[in-house]
Design a protein around this ligand. Structure first.
Ligand SMILES: Cc1ncc(COP(=O)(O)O)c(C=O)c1O
Length: 476
C-alpha cells in the first residue's frame, strides 16, 4: 500500500506552489533555460551544466565526514577512487569477458575465509554481494535448502521451516523470513541484556529449525551474541538428537574488527557449528557502500542446486546471487585495500578507531550527563544514554546536533528493551581525536542550551559546519 502511494506521488504533478523547473542561476555563462525536473527534459545540456546541477543538489546533503550514524565507509584514498572508475566500466557478472575479476573475487573470498579461521580440512566457498543483506539472505536460503533436503530424504514434512534469532538483529533478517517464507522465532531483549545466549535459544529449538542466527556486532549496541555458548548447545543437541543445526554469524560490522582487535576471541569458523559468515566490506573492510560477502565454511554448506549454470555470456559459469549485473568498482577497491593495508595496516586503523571510541566514551561519562550502555569493547560504537532525561531527551540532543552538522542518531532499543533511548556514534577512520573533541564540546553546548531552554543558538562559526537533512533514526 505504502509502496503504491510512493509510486503515485512520484508521478503526480509537482505541488502547485513548487516550480516544475530547475532554473540554474549561472546566467549567460552556461544556461538560463528552465529545465523540466519531473519529466525527462526534451533538450540536452552541456556536460558542464548537467554536472553543475547534480553536484549542486548534493550540497543539500549532510556531510559524510560528520555522519556518525553510518557504519559505512565515507573516505578512501585517491588511488582507490581511480580503481573505482576502472571498475565502473566492467560488469562483474561477465566472467568470460573479464576473467581476472573472477580471479580477484575468489582471492577476496579466500582471504576472508582465512581471516575467519576456516579449518584446514574445509574447502570454503562464497560470493561477494551488494551488502550484508544480500549475503545473509543467500546464506540462510542455503541453510533452508539443506534442511529441506534432509527432511525430504527422511520422508518428513518440510512445510514449516523456522529460524531462531534475537531481537538484536538487523531488519534484513526479518526480510529474509518474510520473503522466503520461514517462521521467525525471535528472542526478545531485556533491560540490561541486549544480546542472546544458549539459555535463550534452547527452548526454541525443534525439528524445523533451519539455523540459529547470531550477531557479531549488533546494529543497536555493538555487542556480540554469546556465540560460543550457542555453539556448545547445538553440539550437545546434535549428539543427543542427531540434528545438525548450523549457526550463521552476521559479522557485518565485526568481521573486519574482531580479527584485528580481539584475535583471541572465538566467534568464527573455529566453532564447529558456525557454517556461514557474512561481512560488510563497505563497513570496516573500508570500501565505499555497495559490497558485502558471504562465506560458507565448506562447499558442502552450499547445496549444489542453488548456484545457476549460465552460458549465454560466453563460456560457462556458476552464479549464486539475488541480483545479476553490477559494477566491479567495490571489488577492485576492496582488493586494493587488502593489498595496500595488509593485516598490519588494518590492525593499526582498527586500533586507532577503537581508541578514539573509548576516548569518546570516557569524555561523555566525565561530562556527568551520560552513562555508557555497553563498553566499546568489540566495536568502535559509542552507545550512551542520559542519566537524567526528565528535562530533555536524546532525541532533542540529536536534533540540535544536526544544526552543527553532526549526524548522531537517537533511537530506542528493540523490544523488550524499547524503554531504553540511546545516542549512538560509530567511530570511523576519518573521525580524528580533534573531531571527537569538537563533537564533545558541541554536545555539552547543546545540553546547556536545552537546559536553559535556548536551543538553536550556535556556539561555533556557522562556516565551519554544514546542516544536514539525513534521517538520524536509521541505525545504518
Ligand atoms: C549487524 C548488521 N547486519 C546486517 C546489516 C545490513 O547490511 P547492509 O546494509 O550491508 O545490507 C547491517 C547494517 O548496518 C548490520 O549492522
Amino acid at each position: 500500500m505504502k509502496f503504491t502511494q510512493t509510486l503515485k506521488s512520484l508521478f503526480r504533478p509537482a505541488k502547485q506552489e513548487e516550480s516544475p523547473y530547475l532554473t540554474p542561476v549561472y546566467g549567460g555563462r552556461w544556461d538560463t533555460q528552465p529545465i523540466e525536473k519531473n519529466r525527462l527534459p526534451e533538450d540536452s545540456l552541456l556536460p558542464t551544466v548537467a554536472f553543475r546541477i547534480v553536484a549542486d543538489e548534493m550540497n543539500l546533503e549532510g556531510n559524510p565526514a560528520l555522519n556518525l550514524a553510518t557504519f559505512v565507509t565515507t573516505w578512501m584514498e585517491p588511488e582507490a577512487d581511480e580503481l573505482i572508475k576502472i571498475g565502473a566500466t566492467k560488469n562483474l557478472i561477465d566472467e568470460d569477458e573479464y576473467p581476472q575479476l573472477k580471479v580477484i573475487e575468489d582471492r577476496i573470498i579466500r582471504m576472508q575465509a582465512n581471516l575467519f579461521n576456516v579449518p584446514e580440512d574445509c574447502e570454503p566457498t562464497g560470493v561477494t554481494t551488494i551488502g550484508s543483506s544480500e549475503a545473509i539472505m543467500l546464506a540462510l536460503l542455503a541453510h533452508k535448502w539443506t534442511w529441506r533436503k534432509k527432511r525430504q530424504e527422511a520422508g518428513l514434512d518440510d512445510a514449516h521451516p523456522n529460524i531462531i534469532f534475537g531481537a538484536d538483529v538487523h531488519t534484513c533478517w526479518e526480510k529474509f523470513a518474510r520473503y522466503f517464507d520461514v517462521e521467525m522465532k525471535v528472542i526478545p531483549l531485556q533491560n540490561n541484556k541486549y544480546t542472546i545466549n544458549a539459555d535463550d535459544v534452547a527452548p526454541l529449538l525443534d525439528d524445523n529449525t533451519i539455523a540459529v542466527g547470531v550477531i557479531a556486532g549488533t546494529t543497536f549496541t555493538g555487542q556480540i551474541d554469546d556465540i560460543q555458548s550457542i555453539n556448545d548447545l547445538l553440539l550437545q543437541h546434535k549428539s543427543t538428537t542427531g540434528m545438525d543445526i548450523p549457526i550463521h554469524v552476521d559479522a557485518a560490522s565485526g568481521g573486519f574488527v574482531l580479527p584485528f582487535y580481539q584475535s583471541d576471541f572465538i566467534w568464527d569458523f573455529r566453532l564447529e557449528q558456525v557454517r556461514s559468515i557474512n561481512v560488510s566490506n563497505h563497513k570496516f573492510g573500508l570500501v565505499y557502500a555497495g559490497m558485502g560477502s558471504v562465506i560458507f565454511k565448506d562447499t558442502s554448506d552450499l547445496p549444489h542446486e542453488l548456484p545457476f549454470e549460465i552460458n549465454y555470456l560466453g563460456g560457462s559459469m556458476q552464479n549464486y546471487s539475488l541480483n545479476f549485473s553490477k559494477g566491479s568498482s567495490n571489488l577492485l577497491a576492496q582488493y586494493y585495500m587488502f593489498l595496500r593495508l595488509g593485516q598490519s595496516g588494518y590492525r593499526k586503523i582498527i586500533n586507532s578507531v577503537m581508541s578514539n571510541a573509548q576516548y569518546m566514551e570516557q569524555q561523555l561519562v566525565k561530562s556527568g550527563f551520560f552513562e555508557i550502555l555497553t563498553d566499546a569493547e568489540f566495536l568502535p560504537t559509542v552507545v550512551v544514554r542520559l542519566i537524567d532525561d526528565s528535562h530533555y531527551s536524546v532525541y532533542q540532543i540529536s536534533d540540535e546536533l544536526r544544526k552543527f552538522g553532526w549526524i548522531v542518531p537517537a533511537y530506542s532499543l528493540p523490544p523488550n528493551a524499547h524503554n531504553v533511548d540511546v545516542l549512538r556514534m560509530v567511530v570511523k577512520e576519518n573521525f580524528s581525536r580533534d573531531l571527537a573533541d569538537k563533537l564533545l564540546s558541541d554536545i555539552i553546548t547543546v545540553i546547556n542550551q536545552l537546559k536553559n531552554n535556548t536551543p538553536g543558538t550556535r556556539s561555533v562559526e556557522p562556516a565551519e559546519r554544514t546542516t544536514c537533512k539525513t534521517t538520524p533514526h536509521g541505525p545504518c
